[in-house]
Write a protein that binds this ligand. Structure first.
Ligand code: PEP
Ligand code: CO
Length: 385
């Protein structure tokens, strides 16, 4: 591992009290086999190159936070089949190939707006940062970041990837479901950067993204993304200036490789019309190819009856604005990035329902779309193309 990776400022890293255990976990990860192959990464890059060129679409989606106990074949199959179904819907509605990328096999680390959480009783404890860090239960002891969880994350990801690959059999390369997660936890990601024939690649996933909170220039996360040749994404939120976006394109895709870089816009329905057009215009003017995806989830959060939720109407509105803005700039609105589940949950709601009822709320982090809601948003996106 290139140790310079750890010298840059790294935001959103949990405080690991046991430094020796953390160093031991990093050494162990560095000695474990790659989870993904360079060939798989290159296959996805080919699909993303078609997307960059405007001749294919993308649906990226899955849990906000995966759970370790869900790394079992039956549940993985359900998630993969569900995303496959949404990709089939996109294909049928657009008559174009659709690349399916799940938030799976490594989505175990979460950035948090506050490092601490206060329980109803008033008791404070470290926030839940994903299963790779701590346990979501309201227990101050279980919330202490435990480096052994990074090793468990590796083994769970491996089991999930095996099941994912089983679903590939007999399918053309472009119709496979690929894996993705946020490249957040550096003690996990850095040891899994491996040397390939074409240079370094992230062997923790196929597609990795840098979050809105860790895309700071000169930061450790950008350096990590620069050190790998996987297709990568960057989340762009309301604080993104046109210059920031151009700089990200310059830094992360200096050669202008089609499919290498996706910008995942998550401005929120209220701000997207004002803030996205200058960003798209500047990136288009700069000229390097970028895949534009719409994340209508992360800019539209609100709290209702004590639950974190999102309104379907706001998400529809952001998808409409995103698509229109890209089209107005002669760019391809390449697809959607969603938080979703095959389970019939009630985590996102409609403003039409008189009193939203959260009768089946299971997410340990952000609210996800249930299958009916995911289909509604994908179908809505299709009407705009
Ligand atoms: C996420 O995708 O779960 C996430 C935290 O997104 P963002 O970085 O856009 O807030
Ligand atoms: Co989320």
């Amino acid at each position: 591992m290139d140790t310079s990776l750890t010298r840059r400022p790294a935001l959103q890293q949990p405080y690991w009290p046991d430094e020796m255990a953390l160093a031991e976990a990093e050494r162990e990860l560095a000695a474990l086999p790659a989870l993904t192959t360079e060939d798989e990464v290159v296959d996805l890059m080919r699909g993303m190159a078609l997307v960059a060129d405007g001749s294919a679409l993308v649906v990226q989606g899955g849990d906000c936070a995966e759970r370790f106990h869900e790394a079992v074949p039956e549940l993985v199959r359900q998630k993969v089949d569900h995303l496959q179904g949404l990709a089939a819907l996109l294909r049928a509605g657009s008559r174009l190939p659709a690349v399916a990328i799940s938030r799976i096999a490594g989505q175990y680390g979460k950035p948090r707006s506050s490092p601490f959480e206060t329980e109803d009783s008033g008791r404070q404890m470290p926030s839940y940062c994903g299963d790779a860090v701590n346990d979501p239960a309201f227990d101050p002891v279980l919330r202490v970041p435990d480096p052994r969880r990074l090793i468990t994350a590796y083994h769970c990801s491996g089991a999930v990837l095996n099941e994912l690959r089983r679903s590939w059999s007999g399918r053309p390369i472009i119709e496979r479901v690929y894996a993705s997660h946020e490249l957040l936890l550096l003690p996990y990601e850095s040891p899994l950067v491996r040397g390939g024939v074409r240079g370094g690649y992230s062997a923790s996933t196929h597609f990795g993204w840098i979050g809105e909170r860790t895309r700071n220039p000169g930061g450790a996360h950008l350096e990590l993304a620069q050190s790998v040749h996987n297709p990568i994404g960057v989340k762009l939120g309301p604080s993104t200036s046109p210059q920031d976006a151009v700089e990200l394109s310059r830094t992360l895709n200096p050669q202008g490789v089609p499919g290498r870089l996706a910008f995942i816009a998550r401005f929120g329905a209220k701000e997207v019309d004002r803030l996205l057009p200058p960003v798209v215009e500047a990136v288009a003017g700069y000229g390097a190819p970028v895949v534009w995806l719409c994340d209508p989830m992360h800019g539209n959060g609100l709290r209702l009856a004590g639950f974190k939720t999102r309104l379907i109407e706001s998400m529809r509105a952001e998808i409409t604005s995103f698509t229109r803005i890209l089209q107005a700039n002669g760019r391809w609105p390449a697809g959607l990035h969603l938080e979703l589940t095959p389970d019939p949950v009630t985590e996102c709601v409609s403003s039409r329902s008189a009193e939203p009822r959260f009768t089946d709320y299971r997410s340990t982090c952000d609210p996800r779309l249930n299958p009916e809601q995911s289909v509604e948003l994908v179908a809505h996106f299709l009407t705009l193309l």
